[in-house]
Write a protein that binds this ligand. Structure first.
Ligand SMILES: CC(C)(COP(=O)(O)OP(=O)(O)OC[C@H]1O[C@@H](n2cnc3c(N)ncnc32)[C@H](O)[C@@H]1OP(=O)(O)O)[C@@H](O)C(=O)NCCC(=O)NCCS
Length: 173
């Protein structure tokens, strides 16, 4: 269970700087967990993160805040084309190392799933996760996500590691 003083709410424009700071730190600290690389992303300007606010293909980015400090995030995107509008994707799941194992990832995911279930035309949600990321895979499986495939050699790290990605989905209705 997330601690009482942890708030979860959609990201707004004034949050973008704190969101970028969290994301940059997480990309640098967990290169195996994300497809984006820290060096490239750290050079992005703040305005480019507006695409993560609600609007366009982004349904929402949820933030977890501890006393106003952004310590977690999760983004939900929706397909635009008519034949695939029933499908959403979760990206950018992260909880600061200082706050791991306290139920914050679970709270972000539960909030996101509830918001998606409130949209009658949304039928399923997908995500990708590095195979062997026990914390993330365990979290996703615990709310009902199932693996429907695995992409071998999905990401290549500067140290030479080649990692697979599990492809997971959850039926919303
Ligand atoms: C993955 C991540 C988001 C989980 O967030 P968290 O707040 O630490 O997770 P929670 O405390 O909410 O744990 C929820 C569930 O996840 C699973 N889990 C968490 N840590 C785990 C671990 N080390 N091993 C196995 N399962 C684990 C458990 O099922 C747990 O439920 P339980 O506490 O009832 O057993 C977080 O560890 C993180 O940001 N990691 C680095 C970035 C990353 O891997 N992002 C995912 C990209 S797909």
């Amino acid at each position: 269970m997330a601690s009482d003083h942890i708030a979860i709410r959609p990201m707004r424009e004034p949050d973008l700087l704190a969101y970028k700071a969290l994301r940059d730190a997480m990309l640098a600290g967990h290169p195996e967990a994300f497809t984006s690389d820290a060096e490239t992303e750290s050079q992005r300007d703040l305005a480019s993160y507006r695409s993560r606010l609600t609007g366009g293909g982004t349904l929402f980015t949820l933030l977890a805040l501890d006393g106003g400090r952004v310590i977690g995030a999760l983004t939900c995107e929706r397909e635009a084309r008519r034949k695939v509008q029933h499908i959403a994707h979760l990206v950018g799941m992260m909880v600061a190392d200082t706050h791991r194992g306290r139920g914050i990832g679970r709270a972000l995911l539960a909030d996101a799933v509830a918001r998606m279930q409130a949209l009658p035309d949304l039928a399923q949600v997908t995500l990708t996760v590095t195979a062997g990321n026990r914390a993330a895979v365990g979290l996703y499986e615990s709310v009902g996500f199932e693996r429907y495939g695995r992409l071998p050699d999905a990401i290549r790290l500067p140290d030479g590691r080649r990692l697979d990605k599990d492809l997971m989905h959850l039926r919303l209705r």
